[in-house]
Design a protein around this ligand. Structure first.
Ligand SMILES: [Zn+2]
Length: 182
């Protein structure tokens, strides 16, 4: 397994694509939360360019009928992990990516301000690939080393910080395996 490291808030040796969808975190914000998500575009179809396009702000909303809802949607995550375990970073960790939306953790709203977001290519009701877990575990270890306020209890799903609104990463995500490897 590769040993990932972080320099200047960017993972070494991963594919980096600069998203325009980010801004500065509030002054003196400590990064102390890691949020796990899943996404696929169209839903349940993998290996296509549309997630990149969405995060990079160049999605053709006519490419699939389901994309009509995504017109003018500006979102991003720090990291995407594809089905084969490929890792792509879009936003430096010290900057505020736009992945959580309306959210709250431990009584503090606006989780984008103080969290790092990781998207797994997948759906809310199916399982993930072992290559994805391996990459996720490596990325998480590197993040926990660089941002030590992110402890095991500060790693949550999107569904935990936006209950009733979001269900990802969903029932197919194996939290106990993931956390046991950290
Ligand atoms: Zn999500």
């Amino acid at each position: 397994m590769k040993n990932l490291s972080i320099a200047n808030h960017i993972l070494s040796d991963v594919h980096y694509q600069a998203s325009p969808h980010f801004n500065t975190r509030p002054t003196n914000t400590e990064i102390n939360l890691l949020v796990i998500h899943c996404i696929s575009l169209p839903a349940g179809r993998y290996g296509l360019p549309y997630i990149d396009d969405l995060f990079l702000g160049c999605l053709d909303c006519q490419a699939d009928p389901s994309f009509a809802d995504l017109k003018d949607v500006k979102v991003s995550s720090h990291i995407l992990i594809r089905r084969d375990g490929e890792i792509i970073q879009y936003v430096p960790f010290n900057e505020r990516a736009w992945h959580a939306g309306v959210s709250s953790f431990a009584g503090v709203d606006g989780c984008n301000d103080y969290s790092i977001g990781i998207e797994l290519e997948g759906t809310d009701d199916s399982e993930f690939e072992s290559a994805q877990y391996q990459s996720l575990i490596e990325v998480t270890r590197a993040i926990m080393q660089s941002y030590p306020k992110i402890t095991l209890d500060k790693i949550v799903g999107h569904s935990d910080i936006a209950p009733g609104r979001k269900t990802d990463p969903g029932t197919g995500f194996d939290w106990s395996y993931y956390k046991s490897e950290l």
